[in-house]
Structures are given as structure tokens and as C-alpha cells.
Design a protein around this ligand. Structure first.
Ligand code: LLP
Length: 436
């Protein structure tokens, strides 16, 4: 839960706003974003990693308002598509503080990023090296600023997280392999290009990671390459990015780290490796997304139907259907993610029963919360709130079954305001041009 969430007489409040009041005004389902909590988490990373650049990973959740808050709190912004770049632009984020990721940026997207003057482009393939070289050459002939890049490398570590969100093993699409020599070759080719400035190496090992040993192995391998580049290419790279991926608590089973502890551990790991290699530490940066926005948001749903099913062995479970589901939170269906939930509109009136909160979509895997104990008298019209839905829920939301994507309502000091409005049927039908 965000720091502003509390129950008063069984009714959930966030930042002084009663959730039933918010639903009465803005409808259900709705994402509720605790602004002070978001800002505090952003500041906590910026303060703990004071000697680093902290890039908020916009893929976790991005809107114009949030991009502004990120900039106001002194963070940089990581975008990974033309759309996210557009949001940064619209929010007025200084382009020098934007990093641009992606394994398949088009020549046009790269040209736009260079034209806008983004602070760094993270290069991810030899095709992109060629595109960057062409853009750099054009910059050089006009005397414009060089194209600033980082080279994304595959550190070859097994991050202990879901396979689909682990990104540092060899057999996946991101980065240049260190072991095959591709990473060194990419730096060599960029070094030979005109109008290109190589800032450093970039590594991101995965997401929702609790164990820092993955970061340690990655840092060791990337720093070894950094030192090799200095030796063999006589190129001293000023920066290095260690990526994001810091885990958060979705249920009481999870025990996440703090920004202070992460900063201490990462700084020690890098200092130790640099001493061993006899090199100066490059300036470091990180890219947390989930750890900043994840806990700051919750999703509120209204219960529509309740059904009791009998399980093998005779026990029963309540299937509590809510007015959203995998279209606003696909993480349970996609990653088998664990969530919890609570009643938001009233105290428990009856003994707790084992329940499964499911959505309204046409498939059995449309589950929001796999197992939770809810009051046995849970009924249509009740409100259920799911915490920690800030990261990769709205940003991965879909219109499956022609669902309307819910609004994001920011709450602060007892006031609620919409920062992303609910989709309407007109939005939905706007792209369906029928038969011309
Ligand atoms: N930097 C890079 C290069 C990334 O690819 C990512 C996430 C991040 C930073 C931020 O990672 P975070 O701190 O948020 O863990 N949809 C999945 C997560 C995908 C993560 C993609 N990359 C999920 O819902 O768990």
C-alpha cells in the first residue's frame, strides 16, 4: 500500500480521500495514485543514489503529469518508444535528461530523438549501430552536437525472476553479448564513427529482483569489459548504467530492499570491482520503474457477481467477479503474479472465506487475485481494492473484449483529480472506420 492508504471504520482512504467517494465521482474500476507517495519514493531513490543519475523507467507507468513529477523531483526519464518520448516532450522534460531505449527503434524514431537532443540513446543491435553512425555523420557535417549513446550489453546472468522479464541471459533479444565479443565490436564500430560520443555500457538484468547477487555478477562482468575497452581501444568511458529491476512487495510474503540498502550494496560492489581492476569508477546510473510507481497506486473495482464453487476435497471458494480484470491488470494471467486485496467500502460483516477475485473477460485465466480471504457476505456493489498496481498495469492495459481502460485518479491532501481520463465508447470506436 502507499503511505497515504489507511482504513477508517473499515473504509479505505488514500491521501485523505475516501475510496467510495472517489468511485462515486469517477466511477469504477479506477487506478488511484497517491501523489505524495510517488514523489517520496522518487526522492528516496534520488537521495540514496545521490552520486548517480536516477532514470525513472517510464514503461512502468507514464503520463504527462507523472513525467512532470519525475522531473520536478530531480530524476531523469527512461523512455522506450516514440510514444513515451512524445509524453516526455509534452510534459516539458528537458531532453538532455531523457534516455531512449528499445531493441528495434526505426531510423525515423532515432532521427527524431537526435533532433530533440535526447541525452542518451541506448544502442541495442548492429543494425542500430549503422543507423546511429549515419545520424552521427550527418551531425558531424553540420557541426551539430554528437549523438550520445550507451551500448547495452548482455551480462549473461540468471536473474531469479519470471523468464519473460529476465533479460541478461544470452538467449533473448536484448543487448550485445559480452562473451561472443559482439559488445566489444559494437563499441569499436561506434568509436570509428563520426559525430558519435560513447558514454558507456548499459546492463539491465531483469525485473522484480530481490537478490542482489545478480547485480553483483553483472557489475563484475560489465566493469571487466569497461576495463578491456580502456586497454584495447584506448577508450575511457565516463559512465555506466546498471539498469532497474528492484523488487517490491505485492503480498506480505515479499520482503523488498530499501533504496538506501540498494545504493550501499551497489556502490560497494562497483568500488570493490574497480579496485580489483585498478580503474576509476565510471559515473553510475540506474533505472528503477516498479520500485517507484508500483506501491504508489492501487486499483479499485466494484463487485458484480459472487459464485461459490466446490473444490476437490470438498472445500469451497468464492469467485468474486469485478468490473475489470486482465484488461487493466494482465500480470496475474501473464506472469502468474501474486496480488492481495481488501474490502474498500465497509468493515467485514461476516467470517472470512477463501475467495478468488476474477475479471469480466471471456477466459478462465482472467484472474486478478488468486487467493484472498474476503468477508463471507461479500456481495454485488461492494468495492475491492488491490494494492501495488502502479507498475505495468495501466501501462500494459488493453481493450480486450472492447473494455474501456480505467482512469488514473491522483489523490493528494484530500483532493482527487483525474490525470488520465477513462476511455469512452467514442475513443473505442474512433479507430474502427467500418467499411469505407
Ligand atoms: N531499464 C530497462 C532497460 C528495462 O528494460 C526495464 C524494465 C527497467 C529499466 C525497469 O525495470 P523495473 O525497475 O521496473 O523492474 N511487464 C513486466 C516487467 C517488464 C520490465 C521491462 N523492463 C512486469 O509486469 O513485471
Amino acid at each position: 500500500w502507499s503511505s497515504g492508504a489507511r482504513k477508517v471504520d473499515g473504509v479505505l482512504e488514500v491521501a485523505g480521500v475516501k475510496v467510495p467517494d472517489l468511485v462515486a465521482e469517477h466511477g469504477s474500476p479506477a487506478y488511484v495514485l497517491d501523489e505524495a507517495d510517488f514523489r517520496a519514493r522518487a526522492r528516496a531513490f534520488r537521495d540514496a543514489f545521490a552520486d548517480y543519475d536516477v532514470y525513472y523507467a517510464g514503461k512502468a507507468f507514464l503520463s504527462v503529469a507523472v513525467a512532470r513529477w519525475v522531473a520536478e523531483e530531480g530524476l531523469c526519464l527512461d523512455v522506450c518508444s516514440a510514444g513515451e518520448l512524445l509524453v516526455a516532450e509534452r510534459a516539458g522534460v528537458p531532453m538532455a535528461r531523457v534516455g531512449y531505449h528499445g531493441n528495434n527503434k526505426t531510423a525515423a524514431e532515432l532521427a527524431r530523438a537526435v533532433e530533440l537532443g535526447v541525452g542518451r540513446i541506448i544502442v541495442d543491435s548492429f543494425d542500430e549501430v549503422d543507423r546511429i553512425a549515419a545520424l552521427g555523420a550527418a551531425q558531424a557535417t553540420t557541426g551539430a552536437a554528437p549523438v550520445r549513446v550507451m551500448v547495452r550489453v548482455t551480462a549473461g546472468v540468471e536473474a531469479h525472476t519470471h523468464e519473460y522479464i529476465a533479460t541478461a541471459h544470452e538467449d533473448q533479444k536484448f543487448g550485445f553479448s559480452i562473451t561472443s565479443g559482439d559488445a566489444l565490436e559494437a563499441v569499436r564500430r561506434l568509436q570509428a564513427s563520426h559525430g558519435v560520443e560513447i558514454l558507456g555500457l548499459h546492463s539491465h538484468i531483469g525485473s522484480q529482483i530481490f537478490d542482489s547477487s545478480g547485480f553483483e555478477v553483472a557489475a563484475r562482468r560489465v566493469l571487466a569489459l569497461h576495463a578491456r575497452i580502456a586497454r584495447e581501444l584506448e577508450l575511457s568511458l565516463p559512465e555506466m548504467d546498471l539498469g532497474g529491476g528492484f523488487g517490491i512487495a505485492y503480498t506480505t510474503q515479499d520482503d523488498p530492499s530499501t533504496p538506501e540498502r540498494l545504493a550501499r550494496e551497489m556502490t560497494e560492489i562497483v568500488a570493490h570491482e574497480c579496485r580489483a581492476l585498478g580503474i576509476e569508477s565510471p559515473r553510475l546510473s540506474i533505472e528503477p520503474g516498479r520500485a517507484i510507481v508500483g506501491p504508489s497506486m492501487c486499483t479499485v473495482y466494484e463487485v458484480g457477481t459472487v459464485k461459490e464453487v466446490t473444490l476437490d476435497g470438498g472445500a469451497t471458494r468464492l469467485y468474486v467477479s469485478v468490473d475489470g480484470g486482465m484488461s487493466d491488470n494482465i500480470r496475474t494471467a501473464l506472469y502468474d503474479a501474486d496480488y492481495s486485496c481488501t474490502m474498500a467500502n465497509r468493515p467485514s460483516g461476516a467470517a472470512a472465506r477463501l475467495a478468488r477475485v476474477v475479471g469480466k473477460h471471456c477466459e478462465a485465466g482472467d484472474i486478478v487475485v488468486k487467493d484472498e480471504f474476503l468477508p463471507g457476505d461479500v456481495t454485488a456493489g461492494d468495492l475491492v481494492a488491490v494494492p501495488a498496481t502502479g507498475a505495468y498495469c495501466r501501462s500494459m492495459a488493453s481493450n480486450y473484449n472492447h473494455a474501456l481502460r480505467p482512469p488514473v485518479v491522483a489523490v493528494r491532501d484530500g483532493v482527487a483529480r483525474v490525470i488520465v481520463r477513462r476511455e469512452t465508447v467514442e475513443d473505442l470506436l474512433a479507430t474502427d472506420v467500418g467499411e469505407a
